[in-house]
Design a binder for this molecule. Sequence first.
Ligand code: FE2
Length: 656
Amino acid sequence: MVNYELKIFTSTSAWSSTLNYVYIKLVGTNGESERTLVSGSTCFITNVVSCVTLTCHASLGELVLIEVDKQPFLMQYDNWFPAKVEVKSPEGKTYSFPIYRWIIDTLRVYEDHNHIGRYSREQELKQREKDYCWDEFASGIPHCMKTDDIHDLPCEVRFSFTKEIEFDFTAVTDLLQSKLHGLTESQKKWTTIDEIGRVFSCRTTEISEYIREHWMDDELFGYQFLNGVNPMMIRRCSALPSNFPVTDNMVFLHGQESLADEMSNGNIFLCDYKILDGVKTNTINGKKQYLMAPLVLLQKTPDGKLMPIAIQLKQDPAEDNPIFCPTDSEYDWLLAKIFVRSADSNVHQLNFHLLRTHLLAEVFAVSLLRNLPMVHPLYKLLIPHTRYTLQINFLARKKLISADGVFTQFTASGGEGMITILRSSLSSLTYSSLCMPEDIAERGLEDVPNFYYRDDGLKLWDIIHRFVKGVLSHYYKKDDEVQKDTELQKWIGDIFEHGFLSHEDTGVPQRFTTVDELIKFVTMVIFTGSVQHAAVNSGQYDFGGWMPNAPLTLQRPPPTKKGEATEATMLATLPDVNVTVQIMDTLWLLSQQSSDFVPLGQYPEDHFTEETPRKVISDFQGDLEVLSTTIRVKNRKLELPYPYLDPAEVENSVAI
Ligand code: FE2
């Protein structure tokens, strides 16, 4: 007789224990053990390691698989979340079988490179293809996971108990707070800016307070194109677009500078919202809403600031579409900036937040779950970066962009316009714009001063790239190993088809031919779901909580003539009370960090058991810690800190 010593680890997640009877069978190259009851008189409890001896007649050879199954206790099945099972063979070798999944009845966990393993691998993928199906929310946008009800989502991709309760609780209390004051029903206009301030003062952050104080300043207006919640629109301008006829006289009153010179010096920048041109706008509280497609020209000053110098609110130049300048009357200029901020907020939410982080992260996750088995190194590498993404996107489709969703009801682009913007955003999306070093270079922003999104983001890109390279080059030594990995090729094939709708001109790979290509793409996947999402998500309330800085809708058209706008015109243009508080509540909720937040590079589940990837992970964590300290030191010296890409504040996945 020989003994196998088993250590069974139950996860630290809430409700992970089981009262059920648990059986394990070991399968080796020379035979298999009896199916043996391992829970005995005890039960497996959260965060406890249970040690069990399993006796066999003879050695089973190399272990290739364990089969775990549960039988009900008092006729009841419960869910159990084991972390892993370690088995020490009579020969003294320790095998580790990572699990990290909910088990309702049976699960087979196997070592790779064996025909029994291969069979289980196929069975696992067949099941996953049934569990994770593609669906289309609207034509022309990335596909999503098919689920009609949140309870149909497999347990392994659902929120934890902690997150579910907190999320519901925060959502309910936020709405209750506004409801108590009767504001969610009030279709009145704001009559003074101070009135907005009273509501805003119920819930502020240090940064949102700063925004409230400085929202009218040109300096903050320019700053937000670099370090606000949407750092994605601005690009260096070397020639004015033909539909934006700004002249030297308009912007350089003393005649000492010229636009041509300033452009050739690299000091002129442009934000062009042409993607919004012709978009159908919403009707809110029975009133037509307005969304412009502005062009904004900015100049870098000798002291390194970015200042707006001209704004045209509609794409086609015309007499009733004036070019506004800082020298215009206070309210002409302020209104022009408000229309730009409103356009920017709509593009930010739909293109840069929803499409380019949430929806793409879902495609990467569904393709992973359908095509890669648990033992695949890419599954182990990426699964922690998909945590909660499927559920949060399901909720976004149900509560934010559904027919009665908050964004559909209360933003200028809500409804038909939203889909138009998502479609045109996807059709103009490129692979290089998802890869930060290329994106920054293409936009000509390498040497713009005080650009913290770029400075922190590029460092993070390099750190992630080094990490991904360390892990993947351990498994793929040569390009042909990548080419022959059919599971990997199916993963990227599905992403190309379901995420980028087979648009070849995006430059997104349809298959991988080299190890380097694979490393770059996987870097982009991790970067998008963690760093990029943090950049466009975490500051939503900081920059949007004070509504006049980022109104998601406006209810008057912009001035067609200069010199007529007053404070009253501005107040009549801003959204009504109910619209303001609904959006404020939502942005607050979406900017909250949950208590089971997992920061970038932390892997509470040990999917990798080999030494090399474990060492690479620990180096990755070390690099992130050093960067975190550097960013914190830098932020202490800034009047307005940029905390969003401090690795300790960046979540591993799109989870909110
Ligand atoms: Fe988000």
